[in-house]
Design a binder for this molecule. Structure first.
Ligand code: FDA
Length: 282
């Protein structure tokens, strides 16, 4: 277990908010911004969901006090979506109030497809009161084209990513090629009509498509951003900054790192090999 914790450090900024702030300071010093995520999901009890929302409120204050360049990302199942939509709405509204007072952007992450519709309906409700909110769309879902149309119409900011959950064939493309070509089509919709889109991928082909489409539609480098995960493809992160693109790093911290960590491992066979090599070496 201690070894697993040690290995997870590659993708996680640490257990505490202090660890996370110091990681963000380093990112800022290298020309990157961040989005802070308190690890955790599928919380079933109200007290825990309320406590986590309180922790986010305190993170927002710390961002303001330290002057680091970061916003926050939130998972709704950590905020009580499995308890009820209204409970989750009220709990996250407290965070959004604080974020609005401090003028800090809040991103609602997207979880598995069984939550997509409810997540978007909540985002639409919040956005009427808090314009500083955005969400995430996954290119592996068939529904995403329609969702982006709606989000663009409402001018709600979108982070596009491929999608990290195990999905049924009834909801999501099974082949990588389909997920990738949909990613490029959705990027085009966002670059053309979206509000400050974020392209979240470590895939060189997706990054290149984003750059080409920004040129095609004359979207300036200051009017969209690339996003990558903490500890993933750091050379590409640096290279984008060197070419004056905006680069935001999704920076998770906290002790509930297992589900996040295993999603990262699944994404790349080299990650599994890296773990296996450490676990089985004597
Ligand atoms: P993919 O995993 O298909 O990799 C394609 C290529 O990228 C590789 O062949 C390689 O060339 C390159 N690459 C990937 N990893 C590399 C590495 N470690 N080193 C070097 N090259 C590497 N998902 C979700 O469902 N909901 C969400 O809210 C979010 N949020 C989110 C935020 C941000 C900022 C990012 C970047 C990603 C997410 N995700 C997510 C995760 C996302 O859906 C997806 O699972 C991962 O980003 C992996 O997909 P990629 O697009 O990186 O390409």
């Amino acid at each position: 277990m201690r070894l697993l914790t040690f290995l997870a450090r590659r993708f996680i900024a640490g257990d505490t908010v202090e660890n996370a702030i110091s990681a963000v300071k380093n990112l800022n010093a290298s020309g990157m911004t961040a989005t802070l995520d308190i690890l955790g999901e599928n919380v079933k009890n109200q007290e825990q969901a309320i406590r986590t929302a309180d922790s986010y409120i305190s993170v927002l204050q710390t961002i303001a006090d330290t002057g680091i360049n970061s916003n926050i990302s939130i998972k709704l199942t950590q905020m009580g979506l499995d308890i009820s939509d209204q409970f989750c709405f009220d709990n996250v509204s407290r965070i959004l109030d604080k974020a609005e007072n401090l003028n800090i952007f809040v991103r609602i992450d997207m979880e598995s497809s069984k939550y997509t519709e409810r997540t978007l309906q909540l985002v639409y409700r919040w956005h009427e009161e808090y314009p500083n909110i955005g969400t995430v769309i996954q290119s592996y879902l068939y529904r995403s084209e329609n969702d982006i149309k709606e989000l663009n119409e409402r001018q709600i900011r979108v982070r596009l990513c491929k999608g990290a959950y195990k999905e049924p064939k009834s909801a999501a493309f099974a082949s990588k090629d389909d997920v990738n070509s949909n990613f490029i089509e959705l990027t085009e919709m966002l670059i053309k009509d979206g509000n400050y889109p974020a392209i979240g991928s470590h895939d060189g082909a997706m990054v290149k498509a984003g750059m080409d489409l920004a040129n095609k539609y004359s979207r300036s480098k200051d009017d969209f951003e690339f996003q990558m995960l903490y500890g993933v493809n750091r050379s590409a992160q640096r290279e984008l900054v060197e070419h004056n693109y905006r680069m935001r790093i999704y920076t998770p911290f906290g002790t509930h790192w297992m589900p996040y960590y295993f999603r990262r491992l699944r994404e790349r066979k080299e990650n599994i090999i890296f773990i296996a090599r450490h676990l089985f070496k004597d």
